[in-house]
Structure formats: C-alpha cells, structure tokens
Design a protein around this ligand. Structure first.
Ligand SMILES: [Zn+2]
Length: 289
C-alpha cells in the first residue's frame, strides 16, 4: 500500500514538473493610447479589444507576467482618451508598467490616477522634492523563480517636457541607479529593466549595466524582429500603436522572444469594446469624432 501511495505521489510530482514551463513574459510598448484601429488596409494591425482578448487567452493557458515600458498614454494632452486608456489598462491587469514622457505630459491629476490604479515602477524617477513617485522596484514570483522589475527614463526626456512640467520631477543617473540595485540582488533573481529612452542612451546604459538579464525598450517604437544582445544583455521592443504583443521566455540563461501581430481576425474582449463605445460617445459630446 505504501509503495502504491509513493508511486502516485511520484507521478503527481513528475507531472507537475513537466507541466511547469517557464513563465511567459508578455510586454507592450509605446501603445500611444491607440484605442481604435484605423481600419486601414495598409496598416491593419493593432486594436486594444483584440490585444486584451489575446492576453486573456494566454493567461488561461499558463502563468504569465504582463509588462509595459511606457508611452501607453496619448502623445498630446487628452483627458477623455487618457481616461479610457487607463480604464482599459487597469482591466488588462498589468503586473508592472513604467512611465514614459507621454504619461508625465498628461499632468499631475492624471499621473496620480495612473499611479493609484496601475502597478507603476519608477526606479530613477521621483518628484523634485525627492519624494518617490511610485515603487522603485516590483518583485514578481513564479514558483521558486523571482523576477525583479526595474525601470529607467532618460533624463533628457524629462528636460524636454513642456512648460514647468520638467521642474516637477527629478531623475537619478540610469547607470548608477540600476547597477547599485542589481549589485545588491541575489544572482538567481532575474532582473528585467523597462528602459524608456532613445536608441543612443539605451546603448550607452546597456554597455555599462551589470547583472541585468533582459531590457524591454520603450519610446523608440522599435520593432525587434529578434532578441538583440548588447554587453551580454538581451534587448527587445514591441513596436508601437499596439500592433504587436511581445512574448518572451527565459530558457536557461537565454531569452527567446517573438512579436504576436494583433490581427483584425482576432476576437474582441467585450469589456474593452464597451469602454471604447463609451469613449466615442464622450468624444462626440465635446464635438470630436
Ligand atoms: Zn516616450
């Protein structure tokens, strides 16, 4: 009887081990509050209701983390579009998002809503008085694995904010800040940096960062067809306007990644469709379309 019970236990453990694949890291970048698809034949990809459907579908298949590297808000100040975007982002259940210049551009009221309702990580960005704007790091767990999510924003992007907005924020040095944290973390922890910067700045940071496992870019709107390696660090970015959903996985020390096109044929998430219809009606009330 004892041998039979042990055999069942062993089978159970083995079957769980075989099923426990590496966690999927889904990522979105530079979505630009592209709430509606333009339905253009030459640019058919991207729609928030279809991207949300695909994320939910993958969530039912296995464990995943969902990350965003900033500029999910509109390129201009737009309270109606920002509000709808935030509702949809909250519904999509992100695990960590960082702030790009487009989030800061929306103003203090909208920014505090973003920080209140989304899991924002802002490692090198704070208010000018030194008070933290959001969490400095977010730790995610998958079984025994630990993933530490950090972020940086390029200081010059803060300087370029219009009016007196730039004076409201302070940034610490992206290289020093990340290296200090990475140097104090257990080596088994995977460190992912959401990097909101230009190409040149990101390359400079990556050449000097130590102990980082993956960089997910934002702001440049680059569509990386394959994982790029700089200084032994993997780098990926998922284009812009929600055309692609990035999917990455760690396979031992390597990173595999692909970009899933958000095609018009994908089904809709009805909750997102409902919010989009409300957004359009709000727009019509103020004479826009
Ligand atoms: Zn940006």
């Amino acid at each position: 009887m004892r041998i039979f019970a042990s055999a069942i236990l062993l089978t159970f453990i083995l079957s769980n081990l075989l099923n426990a694949g590496p966690v999927e890291i889904l990522f979105t970048t530079s979505s630009d509050a592209q709430i509606e698809n333009c339905h253009c034949p030459f640019d058919p990809l991207g729609a928030m209701e279809k991207r949300s459907y695909e994320i939910n579908r993958r969530r039912q298949l296995g464990d995943l983390f969902l990350l965003d590297s900033g500029d999910f808000m509109p390129e201009e100040v737009d309270a109606i579009k920002a509000s709808a975007t935030l509702d949809i982002m909250e519904h999509t259940r992100y695990d960590a998002v960082t702030l790009g210049d487009q989030e800061l551009l929306q103003g203090e009221k909208q920014l505090s809503e973003i920080v209140k309702r989304l899991p924002v990580v802002a490692t090198n960005l704070m208010y000018n008085n030194g008070i933290a704007l959001a969490k400095q790091q977010i730790e995610l767990h998958n079984g025994d694995e630990i993933y530490l999510i950090l972020s940086v924003i390029e200081p010059s992007l803060i300087e370029k904010l219009p009016g007196n907005l730039s004076s409201k924020f302070k940034v610490s040095d992206p290289v020093q800040t990340i290296n200090e944290i990475a140097g104090s973390i257990h080596t088994d922890t995977k460190i992912i940096v959401l990097c909101h910067s230009s190409f040149q700045a990101r390359n400079e940071y990556m050449k000097q960062w130590k102990g980082i496992d993956l960089v997910i870019g934002g702001h440049t709107e680059e569509k990386t067809e394959e994982v790029k390696i700089t200084n032994g660090i993997a780098y990926i970015e998922a284009g812009s306007a929600g055309r692609y959903l990035g999917v990455a996985q760690f396979r031992r020390s390597r990173v595999r990644a692909e970009l899933i096109p958000i095609r018009p044929e994908l089904p809709d998430d009805p909750v997102v469709v409902d919010r989009i219809l409300r957004y359009k009606s709000e727009y019509r009330k103020v004479g826009k379309n």
